[in-house]
Design a protein around this ligand. Structure first.
Ligand SMILES: [Zn+2]
Length: 111
């Protein structure tokens, strides 16, 4: 049996307080930023997720909201340990150039 190799870009944990379309109010959102794909954020209250503003499909399973929101709250805590300087260093290493003239995740319009 062969082992599949799944390629994905490196990701950096991020967190934002922004308007949640599902909750219809400002909520804590946590996730990661990845090159080429843009930020992926999950609402810490309702558990819905978005990548670059596109909502993810909701899983067909019981209690997915509770589990997704709990996971997002853990990601929120983890992302709080990083600074803007850490983000800039990750970006420069992953992208091969410093953060200059690049729309940063916090500059993205609120959904
Ligand atoms: Zn929400």
């Amino acid at each position: 049996m062969t082992t599949p190799v799944i390629c994905r870009p490196s990701a950096f944990p991020i967190r934002r307080i922004t308007n949640c379309p599902t909750c219809k109010q400002r909520r804590r959102m946590a996730g990661h930023d990845a090159l080429w794909y843009g930020p992926t954020l999950t609402c810490c209250t309702c558990g819905d997720s978005w990548t670059s503003g596109e909502m993810h499909d909701r899983p067909f399973q019981r209690a997915w909201r509770t589990e997704a929101a709990a996971k997002a709250r853990r990601a929120w805590t983890e992302a709080g340990t990083y600074t803007r300087a850490d983000y800039d260093a990750w970006f420069a290493e992953a992208h091969g150039r410093p953060v200059i003239d690049v729309a940063l995740p916090e500059a993205a319009p609120a959904v």
